[in-house]
Design a protein around this ligand. Structure first.
Ligand code: I3P
Length: 105
């Protein structure tokens, strides 16, 4: 699965709050391949290994961020190493599709 996602870092490894200045929303082209979510600045870069960020979704949990009301269609991703990200999808259908695919891994 792939598509544009806007991401905000909420907590770093071990759940430590992401510091001020690093919490802003940023647009990525996201590609979910196997148990890895590759975040790229540009669409369709052929070498996924050169992605700007690589997030393991093995033992991660995705769920709608119902308590985050500032923007619509936002889901929370909690990784196995207790990082927390918010991802904003383009619409509800896309949000649910990402949640479903990440949790199937
Ligand atoms: C953050 C940025 C985010 C904001 C976050 C700020 O500042 O303005 O948009 O989140 O608020 O810290 P910076 O770019 O300096 O990291 P929201 O859009 O959700 O308000 P937060 O610290 O309350 O998460």
């Amino acid at each position: 699965k792939q598509g544009f996602l806007t991401r905000k870092a909420h907590a770093d490894i071990d759940g430590k709050k992401t510091p001020w200045g690093k919490r802003s929303w940023k647009v990525f082209y996201a590609v979910l391949k196997g148990m890895v979510l590759y975040l790229q600045k540009n669409e369709c870069k052929p070498n996924w290994q050169n992605s700007e960020e690589v997030i393991s979704v093995h033992h991660a949990l995705a769920e709608q961020a119902v308590d985050y009301t500032k923007r619509p269609n936002v889901f929370r991703l909690q990784t196995a190493d207790w990082r927390v990200f918010l991802f904003k999808a383009s619409n509800t259908e896309q949000m649910n599709s990402w949640i479903c695919r990440i949790n199937l891994v």
